[in-house]
Design a protein. Structure first.
Length: 271
């Protein structure tokens, strides 16, 4: 028997004309987890000894919220549907209609951290290293919001797969991979555990944030092979961007694996 998406009501609570959406609540959970985890990071000797406090984490959250919301929205507009928004300029501000991109949010967050670092007189990479292990739980919260909304469904799956699921929002009765849950597990929970364990010991400047970029890029690239590309893209643009974020430099000489792997027609092909 194939599972069907539960069709949750996207509105968690309605008070008169005010509707509180589940997706908004997942953002609140993400921000709360950031303050908690960031405060724990600030107490670690390598940060406490250079003056980090909970107040710094709260100030950083303020910068981060602005960066994530503005960057996430502009990222969606520019990376995913630039032609549409070029002819519907006022809809760029209609964030309540949906449309946020992690990669844009990441760029916005980087800009916010740069402003925070400059204002506090701290090295940018020190700020990024403190923040990096706190990010995956926010990603996990967002993926739960995606699943509740029944969006970002996966590619068609073998009906015999125990967790294959029909997403009515897709307009078909084809069983699909519940890709938001894959991303919740990979770039959310698994990446958090790996980064938190890695960051427990003092690391060189930039190593923790670098590990986040590589880990996110790899896990997102894997997840994209189970996620249905948006209808307005030939294949998922976020897969392209994730590959870029996972590559730190071009090797001087290709490895045997790199030599045998090619891209053909937007898809990975092995010779």
């Amino acid at each position: 028997m194939v599972l069907t998406h539960p069709q949750f009501n996207p509105v968690a609570l309605q008070i008169g004309p005010i509707a509180i959406h589940w997706y908004g609540l997942t953002y609140l959970v993400a921000f709360g987890l950031f303050v908690w985890l960031g405060s724990l990071r600030a107490k670690q000797p390598q940060y406490a000894n250079v003056g980090w406090t909970r107040r710094d984490v709260e100030d950083l959250l303020f910068y981060g919220v602005l960066g994530v919301v503005i960057g996430g929205r502009l990222g969606y507009v520019l990376f995913y549907k630039p032609d549409y928004y070029a002819s519907h300029l006022f809809e760029i501000f209609a964030v309540w209609k949906g449309g946020m991109a992690f990669h844009g949010g990441l760029l916005g967050a980087i800009g916010a951290m740069a402003l925070f670092a400059r204002g506090k007189g701290r090295p940018f990479l020190q700020v990024a290293d403190l923040v990096a292990p706190c990010v995956p739980t926010g990603l996990a919260s967002g993926r739960i919001g995606n699943f509740i909304n029944g969006e970002l469904w996966g590619r068609a799956a073998d009906p015999s797969l125990p967790w294959a699921m029909i997403f009515p929002q897709s307009g078909s009765t084809v069983p699909r991979h519940p890709s938001p849950l894959y991303q919740f597990a990979l770039e959310g929970l698994l990446l958090f555990v790996l980064l938190w364990l890695y960051a427990r010991k003092p690391r060189g400047l930039g190593q923790v944030s670098g590990a986040f970029l590589v880990g996110y890029g790899v896990f997102r690239f894997i997840a994209e092979y189970f996620r249905e590309p948006d209808a307005f893209l030939r294949y998922s643009a976020s897969a392209r961007i994730s590959v870029i974020s996972a590559i730190s430099r071009k090797p001087a000489k290709p490895t045997p694996i790199q030599s045998s792997v090619r891209f053909s027609g937007g898809r990975l092909r092995s010779d």
